[in-house]
Unconditional design. Sequence first.
Length: 275
Amino acid sequence: MGRITTRDNVGIHYKDWGSGRPVVFIHGWPLNADAWEDQMKWVADNGFRGIAHDRRGHGRSDQPWDGYDFDTFADDLDDLMNQLDLQDATLVAHSMGGGELARYIGRHGTRRVRQAVLLSAVPPIMIKSDTNPEGVPEDVLTGIKNGILTERSQFWKDTAEGFFSANRPGNKVTQGNKDAFWFMAMHQSIQAGVTCVDAFGYTDFTQDLRSFDIPTLVVHGDDDQVVPIDATGRKSAKIIADATLKVYEGGSHGIALVPGDKERFNRDLLEFLKS
């Protein structure tokens, strides 16, 4: 485990496992680097170097009052890439992390990047509008913020159900999945929790996606109850010049953690890394 200091003096915690070509994992909201442990071990066991950081305000990183916007998140990632001098890297991002990946490429380019993976990711834009009728209604985002502010511990317990599609018949979600989600969420600051909702809900990443000049794998579940596939994954795959879309039938938002989907994603990820 390590720590870097960003350009605005925020401490960012990261894990660095294995050796070989780097694979940088970017977690979703409200999680942290621990969400990627299965994938980090998987790539390290297969000859790659797995790296995952806790976003500012999450996990073991510093919890400043501000800086919860995608320009800043992208700059934090750029600081990590530069300070570790990562080259020829594959960036793998889940959910909100997909916005961080997209803005990083839009803002800093692909000089250090070989491939990208967007998993259940928020780009191009989440919010419902006349031009994005498949998106998430504004009152849903308001309800999320109110839930965090009212009683966040219970809110995270309730949110885990839809996050993993544990409310569907025949699901394979474990109590451990839900407990881990709650545990990681409770290590996010309440300020980060609320302000990140506006960031991932309203930021438009369309132009960032048009900057992608690398092979990109887009993976999304068609039962994603958090980030609807029709508003996000399907559209991202059309905007990115060299994108491959893989749709997991019945897949939840938490694909990388749920038994069955997790193993499938690991196989798809390794195949892509070796391509």
